[in-house]
Design a protein around this ligand. Structure first.
Ligand code: NAP
Ligand code: ZN
Length: 348
């Protein structure tokens, strides 16, 4: 079927109105009418070719919430009108060691990204800034009734990407957790870590978001422009979650970890971060990374957010191509509180 979409057709270009093709339903496929799509900074890195060459045209969007429109003959998990979501993956081999361990994001063979990947049919995948999407049912998530669809969309990337490391590194009562950068991912990390019972500190590059940090559950908001804080919080945290997508002096932040502490990098700048080994050796510290989360854990995260009544702060915009261009500029300038979500009903 032909589907209207918003995408970029050339290097350095802005958004345009496009028409893309979605495959016919295979027995295990779900056809989803997309209602909302979040704008993740990864969409921006990708479109701007910051992570390497892009095969244009590209329709981004991996924070998708919508309604089931039709299901294939062998689909058992979903039916028409169910409220569903899709995140950063639409398929994987489902047979390798990591897939079997519910970590499809680390599939050893062919995890298929929601956009910019080639799927098992040899077709290029296109993302959620579009009216419909076809996804294998095992990669479709169920959205709990008490989470509105526009609020649910960013959970499919910002939510799971922060929930997974917080869960893995045991954020909870008695743990001092710092969230570095409070944007789309960061503000979800603050809310989730607080709901897990950790003592949360926001490390932000200004004082502008202080009131919000405290409202989202943080105990403190620290402005890292003030060099003194690097003395004050030396060897203080058990866990630091770095959501900044720009290059930072990572050694300055490693020094804020207590003995055995871990700094998990979620932000993905194109330039390497230089880690001085003495930053690690001195306190048996770890420098780690984490990539989204598996499907099972994504469902767990959605249910956790529903139970604790937490979700992203969103600014809904229409699907006008110029609006999307403007939203990208505002994300780059850290001028969004805290996630843009495109209202796909306005995409004609
Ligand atoms: P975002 O909304 O732009 O938030 C990033 C935040 O980082 C900003 O709000 C700002 O917070 C801080 N920041 C930005 N520029 C900075 C600078 N030059 N120096 C210091 N701090 C700066 O982005 P996002 O959507 O949350 O994504 C963040 C990063 O995570 C991106 O690189 C994205 O690609 C990556 N990501 C990774 C995964 C994964 O699986 N690992 C998944 C999704 C996204 P303050 O104003 O509070 O300082
Ligand atoms: Zn994302």
């Amino acid at each position: 079927m032909k589907v209207p979409a918003r995408g970029v057709t050339k290097q350095g270009g802005g958004f345009e109105n496009l028409e893309i093709e979605r495959r016919d339903l295979q027995p295990k496929d779900v056809l989803i009418e997309i209602k909302y799509a979040g704008i993740c900074h990864s969409d921006i890195h990708t479109v701007k070719s910051e992570w390497g060459e892009v095969d244009f045209p590209l329709v981004p969007g991996h924070e998708i919430a919508g309604i089931v429109h039709e299901v294939g003959s062998d689909v058992t998990k979903y039916k028409k009108d169910d409220r569903v979501g899709v995140g950063c993956m639409v398929d994987s081999c489902q047979e390798c060691h990591n897939c079997k361990a519910d970590e499809e994001q680390f599939c050893e063979k062919w995890m298929t990204g929601t956009y910019g990947s080639t799927d098992k049919y040899g077709e290029k995948t296109q993302g959620g800034y579009s009216k419909f999407i076809v996804v294998q049912e095992d990669f479709v998530l169920s959205i709990p009734d008490n989470i509105p669809l526009d609020v649910a969309a960013p959970l499919l990337c910002a939510g799971i990407t922060t929930y997974s490391p917080l869960h893995h590194w045991n954020a909870g009562p008695g743990k001092k957790v710092a969230i570095l950068g409070m944007g789309g991912l960061g503000h979800m990390a603050v809310k989730i870590a607080s709901a897990m019972g950790a003592e949360v500190t926001v490390l932000s590059h200004s004082d502008d978001k202080k009131e919000d940090s405290l409202k989202f559950g943080a105990k403190e908001h620290v402005n890292t422009k003030n060099e003194e804080v690097f003395n004050k919080y030396k060897s203080h945290f058990d866990l630091i979650i770095n959501t900044v997508g720009a290059k930072l002096d990572i050694n300055q932040y490693l020094a804020l970890l207590d003995v055995n502490g871990t700094l998990v990098n979620l932000g993905a700048p194109s330039e390497p971060l230089e880690v001085g080994v003495f930053s690690l050796i001195g306190g048996r510290r770890s420098f780690a990374g984490s990539l989204i989360g598996g499907i099972k854990e994504t469902q767990e995260m959605l249910d956790f957010c529903a139970k604790h009544d937490i979700g992203p702060e969103i600014e809904v915009i229409s699907a006008d191509a110029k609006n999307i261009d403007d939203a990208y500029e505002r994300v780059i300038n850290s001028d969004v509180r805290y996630r843009f979500v495109i209202d796909i009903d306005t995409l004609k």
